[in-house]
Design a protein around this ligand. Structure first.
Ligand SMILES: [Zn+2]
Length: 118
């Protein structure tokens, strides 16, 4: 798949740039395979969390002009945003969601709840 190949090339370039920066700050201690593996895991987690944060931000920034109240079906009024952390297998990921109020029921609701999980 062309997209995967392009992605792989970009990741190779990012890793090469990171390693070039690290070479300038060598600690002097010999690096072990455990050190390398620990960095692999940490870097993978960091990349995965950033990927999720940006994907979720894209997802939750799409504004529904007239979100429906889950209780009565009335149109909600935007009253602000709620920030929280979504716990993932790769660690916590920041999430900001639009918060609406139903004038009829006087309850708050988050249209993104069904799509990003609780
Ligand atoms: Zn309602």
């Amino acid at each position: 798949m062309a997209r995967n190949k392009a992605r792989e090339e970009r990741i190779k370039a990012v890793v090469a740039a990171l390693l070039a920066e690290e070479a300038e700050e060598e600690s002097g201690r010999p690096e072990t395979i455990d050190d390398i593996e620990n960095e692999m895991v940490a870097l993978g987690d960091l990349l995965a969390r950033e990927f999720a944060a940006q994907k979720l931000a894209r997802h939750t920034s799409r504004s529904d002009a007239s979100p429906k109240c889950p209780q009565c079906g009335g149109t909600g009024v935007l009253v602000g945003r709620r920030s929280r952390e979504l716990i993932t297998r790769r660690g916590p990921v920041p999430l900001s969601e639009a918060k609406y109020r139903c004038p009829r029921c006087r309850r708050h609701f988050f249209p993104s709840d069904g799509s990003v999980g609780d």
